[in-house]
Write a protein that binds this ligand. Structure first.
Ligand SMILES: [Zn+2]
Length: 158
């Protein structure tokens, strides 16, 4: 049996726990949900408010809402969710089209990646649209940094 915080009577926290993996999700904005979820699925959901995003790589759930008892999976979402994919393409930055492969290829060829610098410059220029392009609705720089670091570890010069 999976443990649930409901059992200890904390119903507030429970709304943010993904029932399929028991991990806590992150709140997702209505605008993100509306632009990420496939139209027929979205129409079937009455109210796009109060959803959470499950970020467990092995969990098939992308968005969930325990109050409405709605669970949306990878196939309900328009884009590939990078964090839940292990085969190419694994999207990392949705606004400017960076994939894990593109970053790894750069590291292999040049010994470093320009991803963070290029993305930061575009964010400064106000060109990013994470809230409607990234399934998490948040800025991708954190995950880009992680992928670059992983790339350096795997393919960089030691
Ligand atoms: Zn989950």
């Amino acid at each position: 049996m999976k443990s649930c915080c409901c059992e200890i009577g904390d119903s507030k926290d429970c709304t943010s726990v993904c029932k399929e993996c028991s991990n806590t999700g992150k709140p997702v904005m209505e605008i993100t949900l509306k632009s990420m979820v496939k139209k027929p699925v979205l129409e079937a959901i009455g109210n796009p408010e109060g959803f959470y995003c499950c970020e467990t790589p092995t969990c098939e759930v992308v968005y969930f809402n325990n109050e409405q008892q709605v669970y949306l999976h990878k196939q309900d979402v328009k884009v590939r969710v990078g964090i839940k994919e292990t085969e190419n393409p694994v999207p990392v930055c949705y606004c400017f089209g960076w994939t894990q492969k593109k970053i790894f290829d750069q590291v292999m060829q040049q010994g470093h990646s320009t991803a963070v610098r290029e993305i930061s410059a575009k964010i400064k220029a106000g060109e990013c649209a994470c809230e409607i392009k990234n399934p998490s609705g948040r800025c991708c720089l954190g995950s880009v940094n992680k992928v670059v670091k992983r790339g350096l570890k795997l393919y960089g010069n030691k």
